[in-house]
Design a binder for this molecule. Structure first.
Ligand SMILES: [Zn+2]
Length: 468
């Protein structure tokens, strides 16, 4: 018995040992021991000799059936919960406690369908194997994870490893003529044969009818899959027809110089990396990045930032659309050419009005700097289903970029229980941010300023009043 190793121990790897030299029956021909390693952690013990062998034709059947989802379901989980996949279900259950039965049913079907395709342990029908998830996060990156370990790996590499594993199992069946062997080998050989509309149905999570209606014209263009991925970040209550104006606007590119943004992106990613992000919370990352941005662009923290001028200087193309779907605030995209665009919905719940527009542009700027193509796909939709943690970081970035903590803290020293509303209004006027955003920045600044607790209470009370 020889053991072959497929993949990489530092990312995703498999060690495979066949039980028999050869056999003429599919279960026996593929019987053996398979160990799986994620980031140097043994997730599936190889177990040869100590444990019973398994017919790995089941894994090949799983891979053949679910390959289309592994390949085209790009982004976070379908609900945008953005939690590790081995505990995403518990997080969803907690959320369903407060949801209507109808919402729960739809979301549960979507989430379970997603987990079924991305958990390789599901291949072992009847056997209890530890969960092992493979999910493509962006065009370039996939996340491989198990209970206590997670690693981001280029999709290309993950795909090559899984294909080699599938090929190794298929090779054991290639000479067999029984129907099970023949059909799994055929399905495996044709795993990537999928018409464009079917690909877009998977990428967008929308039904065939909607996709074929809207995407017909766009199906041939390379951006079609990106739009489908963006659609997946928006709940299905918003139809693809309503998203069409966003896609039309995103399609336009300018001839602006791509270098300023691409240089700044490299520096921003390096800065976040240098800031020991593992030890920091999401909003602190957003704050740190916003402070870095002002410093980098030489904008004093006492000044109101001119976002349109910033985006123009970076060569980002900004457009507005008016789509009566308040849950979609904006979309942004980084094109293969390196050009970037942002589309703001003037009817978006958080994007409407001059102040909402500024906060939305700042939020999208964060995605353009550190997220797009890295932790989220090359396109994002600021909507209720966008990945939660990335959204929190972008919101914190926007708040700090618009109203720096240093200034909020300075103002906080002068707060009394009586002047909260006028102080918030003055901040809002000075920095061009909503009163809610300013009041929240003040409340956060108060944690580091020695004032009477009655002032904290007055600010908290005012935030509640603003939020109605
Ligand atoms: Zn966002």
């Amino acid at each position: 018995m020889t053991t072959q190793f497929i993949g990489h121990t530092t990312t995703l790897g498999f060690s495979l040992t066949w039980q028999e030299a050869a056999a003429d029956q599919p279960m026996l021909a593929t019987r053996g021991w398979l160990g799986a390693t994620v980031a140097n952690h043994e997730v599936w013990p190889h177990g040869a000799h100590d444990s019973e062998s398994w017919p790995w034709i089941e894994l090949l059947e799983f891979l053949a059936r679910h390959w289309r989802y592994l390949e085209h379901e790009i982004g976070s989980d379908p609900l945008g919960l953005d939690e590790p996949l081995d505990c995403v279900r518990e997080v969803a259950e907690a959320r369903w406690d407060d949801a209507s039965e109808a919402v729960r049913d739809v979301e549960e079907a979507q989430l379970l369908g997603y987990l079924r395709s991305h958990d390789l342990s599901r291949a072992l029908r009847g056997a209890l194997a530890p969960k092992l998830f493979v999910a493509r996060r962006s065009e370039r990156w996939a996340r491989v994870s198990a209970a206590n370990v997670s690693v981001d790996v280029p999709w290309q590499e993950v795909s090559e490893t899984l294909v080699s594993l599938g090929d190794a199992i298929a090779a054991r069946l290639s000479a067999l003529t029984d129907s099970r062997s023949v059909s799994v080998c055929l399905a495996w050989a044709e795993r990537s044969k999928l018409d464009v509309v079917a690909q877009l149905v998977i990428a967008s999570g929308r039904d065939h009818e909607q996709v074929s209606k809207l995407m017909q014209g766009a199906a041939g263009e390379p951006s079609a899959e990106r739009f489908a991925v963006a659609a997946r970040m928006v709940s299905e209550r918003v139809s693809l027809v309503d998203l069409a104006p966003f896609f039309d606007a995103l399609r336009e590119e300018t001839e602006a110089d791509r270098d300023p943004l691409s240089l700044l992106r490299k520096r921003a990613v390096a800065h976040i990396g240098a800031a020991d992000v593992a030890a920091m919370r999401r909003y602190e990352q957003g704050y740190t990045l916003a402070r870095w941005y002002r410093e980098e662009r030489k904008i004093p923290e006492t000044d109101r930032i001119d976002l349109d001028a910033e985006l123009t200087a970076l060569g980002v193309f900004v457009r507005s659309v008016s789509v009566d779907q308040p849950e979609v605030d904006a979309m942004c995209a980084l094109h293969p050419s390196g050009a970037a665009s942002i589309v703001v919905n003037t009817f978006g719940e958080h994007a409407q009005g001059a102040l909402g527009r500024r906060a939305t542009l700042a939020h999208e700027l964060c995605h353009l700097l550190v997220d797009l193509g890295i932790v989220i796909p090359f396109v994002e939709a600021k909507s209720v289903r966008a990945p939660k943690h990335t959204e929190q970081r972008a919101n914190a970035f926007a708040a700090e970029l618009l109203v720096p903590q240093s200034e909020a803290a300075r103002v906080a020293h002068e707060l009394t229980a009586l002047n909260v509303p006028e102080t918030v209004r003055a901040l809002s006027h000075r920095f061009g941010a909503s009163q809610t955003l300013c009041a929240r920045q003040l409340s956060y600044a108060l944690r580091r300023v020695d004032v009477d607790t009655s002032i904290d209470d007055a600010v908290a009370e005012y935030i509640r009043a603003l939020e109605g």
